[in-house]
Design a protein around this ligand. Structure first.
Ligand code: MOS
Length: 754
């Protein structure tokens, strides 16, 4: 096991002689995507003509199927197969883990007459065409015996319990310190159910070859999907070949396997031919996970100089009865501001809704919508600038654990952001700036998101033509993983990008944990770097041991890799020449990464500061973004273009969270009333007028050998709060119920006499 000290030594990535690290390299797979020739899971060519599946789904929140009649569906044109719980193939009972190393347990489909949520799959049809499958699925007759379900979060808050295995964190004496604090805030903030709304729905193309199944599916975790399918079908994992080459958005919503994977595989086996199955947009809302609603009470007690003496953040959230998940919306607050007396914790309501689960920056994304507004409210009470309040509560060490920070540039993010944004233009008093019918205001918020490194492997080979191929069971969910892995491999080997190929999304490749938790770049990238270093070692031995190499007999420690050459001072040859001569079959090595033994001795996070300027229409209450800007510190940046795209994409989600995004539950059926992109509003280009972000120079040598961290989730953290604070600054209306729709803003303005 390594130590973080070993990571601090200079290496080809930190030296960056080829200049590829940090460069805004174009997307590796960009041409394929923009020309429509990157095959997504549903588009993959099957070995023979595929049949098409379609799911029928439950119309109640809870109960059972009293009667199901599939006769009309079976007789419908082109139908090849109709399954319900009465005749579906046997699968392992839910939660089975026959292979103890499986990363996911079984999750059978059509396993019983029980209905656990609206949109649960209740029948499956396969036909010759999509239209015939869908038409037949609509002919399945079902009578339900409905039971009362819990589907109203706000009405169920009193049923909240401690999440299993968790305790609140008490430090010092919060109640006493809060009672004694001369200035305080005690407010509760509500954020609603939100949805990932990935462009590409979950989809699978499956076929069998004897006992082995090949599945092309849209999933963030290769091994997770492989194991989930193997466990559910009760077959060895080695008999599942899972591929996920291109993914049209994941955001956490594709971190697990869904019914498309199981049913496509079962259908293909039963019919002896390939089967394709995709979720409809409406099914995506109900048949996959969403971000749960969160109700957060924040209590802050401060001294007149702004120092926090009492700090409490308590989050209540919900999940499905049989799929326990806690949105850890208070966790981030444990690392953000100093305060000697602290209370943080979570409560969970079990509901009869579709499953709640991770969505981009789970925890921080809804959590920061509360504390970062409460800090704004406190700053106003204290008569302090919100940035100054945060600076006065900047901790020296992690405020909960006392661990040192690996690197923390939050204050610099706020200061540089303020200067760049023109924060000095902000009026401390709200409702001071008017531009025609618009009230104009500014708000800011801090951003924090954890940094993680997971164990991963990578394989790299060089062939006689000099082409270096990196292989990893990693995924690219649209973030730029192909590109940054190509940059890392090229820079490590000292070759141009054109000499590198990246292949991933295949369960046969050395495993990486996939895309999630903004750990992908650091985790997969560090394994790729290690594989590259091992290849350098192998090629060095090859060269200095080969009498025909100009490097023959040279000291291995002086070997360099640059411009496609291997060299010792002025003795050099191309990698292609070396391999073609000395190892014409090519050279393949593997590498790996795992967290350093002492990595957790440091409090490791990524940070940022958001700045928003809004205009609020005094007549309609409509909020328009005028400007949004952020400064972020997230370790060494691998690719200026893809990193900025991730960060600004996150910021745009923050605008959605603040202004438009919400899934509204229909209390009669436990369904989401808005279940498509017309009803679930995400910001579009016209909503985002002036948006920019910059990164501070940073390298975190406690994070991994490359000093990089993740940026996929940081951008959304705090962004919505900056918008909410700007609305307050514009109007004097303090809303604490997201999203801040024109109706709510208008009602607020009327209430304050505007
Ligand atoms: Mo994520 S929301 O951990 O893919």
């Amino acid at each position: 096991m390594s130590s973080v000290k070993d990571w601090a030594a200079p290496n080809p990535i930190t030296e960056n002689r080829g200049g590829l690290i940090g460069k805004g390299v174009d997307r590796y797979e960009g041409r394929l995507k923009v020309t429509g020739s990157a095959p997504y899971a549903y588009e993959v060519d099957a070995p023979s003509r595929p049949a098409i599946g379609y799911m029928a789904t439950a119309a109640i929140a809870k109960g059972r199927i009293a009667r199901i009649d599939t006769k009309a569906a079976e007789a419908s044109p082109g139908v090849l197969l109709v399954w319900s719980h009465l005749n579906a193939p046997a699968q392992a009972p839910r939660g089975t883990r026959a292979n103890p190393r499986s990363q996911r347990p079984s999750n059978p489909v059509l396993a019983s007459d029980r209905i656990e949520n609206f949109g649960q799959t209740v029948a499956f049809v396969v036909a010759d065409t999509f239209e015939n499958a869908r038409a037949a699925a609509n002919l399945v007759e079902i009578e339900y015996a409905a039971e009362p379900g819990v589907v109203d979060f706000v009405a169920s808050l009193d049923q909240a319990d401690q999440p299993p295995g968790e305790e609140d964190v008490h430090i010092g004496d919060f109640p006493a310190a809060y009672a004694a604090a001369p200035v305080s805030v005690d407010e509760t903030y509500e954020s609603p159910i939100q949805n990932h709304v990935q462009m590409e729905p979950c989809a699978t193309t499956a076929w069998w070859d004897g006992d082995k199944v090949t599945v092309h599916t849209s999933i963030q975790m290769v091994k997770g999907g492989q194991h989930a399918l193997a466990e559910t079908l009760a077959i060895p994992s080695a008999d599942v070949h899972l591929l996920t080459r291109y993914i049209g958005g994941g955001f956490g919503g594709k971190g697990q396997a869904y019914d498309d994977l199981i049913l496509a595989a079962l259908g293909a086996r039963a019919l002896g031919r390939p089967v394709k199955l995709a979720y409809t947009r409406q099914q995506m809302f109900h048949g996959t996970i969403h971000r749960p609603a969160v109700s957060m009470r924040v209590r802050l007690g401060a001294q007149p100089d702004g120092r926090l003496t009492a700090f409490a953040v308590e989050a209540t959230t919900h999940c499905a009865r049989n799929a326990i998940f806690t949105e850890h919306a208070a966790n981030f607050s444990r690392n953000l501001y100093a305060a000697p007396n602290r209370l943080t914790g979570h409560r969970l309501v079990k509901m009869d809704l579709p499953g709640a689960g991770p969505m981009r920056a789970p925890g921080e994304a809804p959590g920061m919508l509360s504390l970062e507004c409460a800090m704004d409210e406190l700053a106003e009470k204290l008569g302090l600038d919100p940035i100054e309040l945060r600076i006065r509560n900047e901790p020296e060490v992690d405020p909960e654990t006392g661990k040192p920070f690996s690197v923390r540039q939050l204050v610099r993010c706020m200061r540089e952001g303020a200067a760049h944004f023109g924060w000095e233009r902000r009026k401390a008093q709200p409702r001071q700036v008017r531009d025609g019918r618009w009230l104009v205001g500014m708000g800011m918020a801090a951003a924090i998101r954890g940094n993680f490194l997971l164990p991963a492997k990578a394989g790299v080979r060089i062939d006689a033509d000099g082409i270096i191929t990196l292989r990893q069971g990693m995924t690219d969910i649209g973030t730029g993983t192909y590109t940054i892995l190509a940059q890392i491999a090229a820079e490590t080997m000292g070759v141009p990008m054109e000499q590198v190929k990246v292949e991933m999304g295949d369960s046969d490749f050395p495993p990486a944990p996939g895309s999630g938790g903004q750990f992908g770049a650091a985790t997969a990238g560090s394994a790729a770097y290690d594989a590259g270093m091992n290849l350098r070692k192998a090629l060095t031995e090859l060269a200095v041991g080969d009498p025909n190499s100009p490097l023959y007999g040279g000291p291995a420690e002086y070997v360099t890799f640059e411009n496609g050459n291997i060299a010792i001072e002025n003795r050099s040859e191309t990698l292609a020449a070396l391999v073609a001569r000395a190892a014409p079959e090519g050279v393949y090595v593997e590498g790996s990464i795992s967290p350093a033994a002492d990595a957790r001795d440091y409090s490791q996070h990524t940070y940022g500061a958001h700045f928003a300027e809004v205009g609020v229409d005094v007549v309609t209450g409509e909020v328009r973004m005028r400007k949004m800007f952020g400064v972020f510190a997230a370790g060494r940046i691998l690719n200026a273009k893809t990193a900025k795209s991730q960060i600004t994409g996150g910021m745009i989600w923050g605008v959605g969270a603040a202004l438009t995004e919400s899934n509204v539950v229909d209390p009669r059926y436990g369904s989401f009333i808005n279940q498509d992109m017309a009803g679930y509003l995400v910001p579009a280009h016209a909503d985002i007028v002036d948006l920019d972000a910059v990164f501070l120079d940073e390298a975190d040598d406690k994070a991994n050998p490359m000093g990089i961290k993740g940026v996929g989730e940081l951008g959304i953290c705090g962004a919505g709060a900056a918008v909410a604070n700007a609305i307050y600054n514009a109007t004097g209306v303090r809303l604490r119920d997201y999203p801040m729709t024109p109706e709510k803003v208008l009602a607020g303005m009327l209430a304050v006499g505007l």
